[in-house]
Design a protein around this ligand. Structure first.
Ligand code: FAD
Length: 479
């Protein structure tokens, strides 16, 4: 029997997609920038089925590509066109919330649960799962774990790595590791879950996870303000951190170009302020105490900021609808950018104090390549994570003679600036295939060597997501 026939015998014909039409939605990425070829797409519905699929693929020596919601922004979740076509293991059918233990502040979910469904299940028990991002209606918990996703809640709650207590993983040899711990403390050797968080499907398939929950905030206060400059925004951040401590739950900055694109491409989104200012910041305080107290703190800190001449303008949300509208702008940036043109998204992080210098120097670096090219900026400022996006219209991009080389050159110039400020080229989106060259360039040989040795130990046949995350070792020098 062929591999596809064996997979059909194992899972049933409805869970194995083989025709070009059926697999099309799984072989192209969210932005439509990568398209490849798959042997087939399988949609197992249990951990045992995933393990059996993996064993068959290993037997046939066929690569395995784990896939969640396919919202990766770095080409990580779709196949390429060279090398052996992989079996895409799509987790969408494994979407059960297994348990919510409110007293332990934890929940156990299958990997295919959509992030928004996880948030809702936690909220139904008065708890918060704090990872939140624009793709939360489609991305899966397994995908967020595999990419160690960040988003808008990192300032207060940390990234995905900080919110995972345990994992269940099908390893590349088809065995299942049940590491679904629900403990806060467990010093019994290496914490193995970290081998799989952020590994982008190169070390196995996450089939379930135990997640850390937090008290569900019941009161919120949100403001939308226009700081004079990024440096003023940083001073404002400092004022809030001193005054509010942990109740500061978001501090998100976008520039005028980004706000213009959102309001033009998605006309239901409106600028909360009467004018388009160079910089805009969404500030959220949230807590379990009374809302009036939060609102009063927000107003007091903003008054102090105004006295220090940090702000050009600002408005406080006075209803749930206004709060939602402000968040909608923030969460719509990727969708709007996709409609507006070709943004060469970068995912830099630098020490928070270096953000203004980063923006200034990266702008100069890009303008040295394409003078006057518009830059779109959307930043999780509280985390030092800046999506610095040199932006072309579709027509301009079509006129670029070698778009691949141009994209590499521009991204590299931005990443060089981040590196010079002790930053990184990938803060939250992962590496996928878009940033393989950057891995080879910026990571030390020692780090790359360690990663390659771990990969070799766990996936000796190199079948799991080959050609992603870790670049191949350079050939030994000729004698
Ligand atoms: P996929 O895209 O399907 O896969 C991503 C990678 O994980 C691939 O390498 C894949 O092989 C691997 N993988 C998937 N599932 C598994 C599994 N079960 N086991 C092992 N490996 C697996 N990211 C942020 O961090 N912050 C943001 O604010 C943010 N905003 C976004 C906004 C939009 C509109 C979009 C489209 C994306 C955004 N992202 C953001 C990117 C983010 O990485 C993804 O949305 C999400 O984390 C990936 O989840 P997914 O289920 O779609 O995974």
């Amino acid at each position: 029997m062929t591999l596809n026939e064996q997979l059909i015998a194992l899972l049933g014909a409805g869970a194995v997609l083989t025709t070009e039409d059926d697999v099309a939605g799984f072989t192209e990425d969210w932005r439509g920038r990568y398209r490849g070829t798959a042997a087939c797409v399988v949609q197992p519905s249990s951990t045992a089925q995933v393990a059996a699929v993996v064993r068959l693929c290993v037997e046939h020596g066929v690569p395995v590509l784990p896939q969640g919601g396919n919202t990766s922004l770095c080409g990580g979740a779709v196949p390429g066109t060279d090398g052996a076509a992989p079996v895409i293991v799509n987790l969408a059918r494994m979407r059960r919330v297994r348990t919510v233990d409110a007293a332990n502040n934890s929940m156990e979910v299958e990997a295919g649960c959509v992030l928004a469904a996880v948030q809702e299940a936690a909220a139904a028990q008065g708890r918060l799962y704090p990872i939140s991002l624009g793709a939360e209606g489609s991305c899966q918990i397994g995908g967020t774990i595999a990419t160690n996703a960040g988003g808008t809640g990192v300032l207060r709650y940390g990234n995905t790595r900080d919110n995972v207590l345990g994992l269940e993983v099908v390893l590349p040899d088809g065995t299942v590791w049940d590491g679904l711990y629900t403990l806060r403390k467990n010093n019994t050797g290496l914490d193995l879950k970290h081998l799989f968080i952020g590994a982008e499907g190169t070390m196995g398939i996450v089939t379930a996870a135990t997640l850390k929950l937090h008290p569900l905030p019941t009161s919120h206060a949100i403001a939308w303000v226009a700081p004079r400059t990024p440096a003023a925004a940083l001073q404002l951040l400092g004022l809030f951190q001193s005054a509010c401590g942990a109740s500061l739950s978001a501090f998100e900055m976008i520039d005028a170009n980004q706000l213009r694109i959102v309001t033009e491409q998605l006309p239901s989104r409106r600028n909360p302020l009467s004018a388009l200012h160079p910089w805009h910041v969404l500030i959220e305080l949230s807590d379990t105490g009374p809302e009036d107290a939060l609102q009063a703190t927000l107003e007091q800190v903003l008054e102090r900021a105004a006295q220090q001449d940090l702000l050009l303008n600002g408005v406080l949300a006075t209803s749930g609808a206004q709060r939602a509208a402000m968040w909608e702008i923030r969460h719509s940036v990727s969708e709007a950018n996709k409609k507006a043109g070709v943004g060469l998204t970068t995912d830099s992080a630098v020490p928070v104090s270096s953000v203004p210098a980063f923006i200034e120097r990266a702008t100069a670096a890009v303008h040295a390549i394409v003078p006057g090219l518009p830059i779109v900026i959307v930043a999780h400022l509280g985390d030092g994570n800046v999506h610095f996006i040199p932006f072309f219209t579709f027509a301009e991009w079509e006129a670029v003679p070698d778009p691949e080389a141009m994209a590499q050159r521009i991204r590299h110039s931005v990443n060089d600036v981040a590196h010079s400020l002790h930053g990184t080229f990938s803060a939250e989106h992962g590496v996928g295939r878009t940033l393989l060259n950057e891995m080879a360039h910026y990571k030390s040989p020692v780090e790359l060597g360690l990663m390659r040795r771990m990969k070799q130990a766990i996936d000796p046949q190199n079948l799991f997501n080959p050609g992603r995350l870790v670049p191949d070792a350079p050939p030994p020098p000729a004698h």
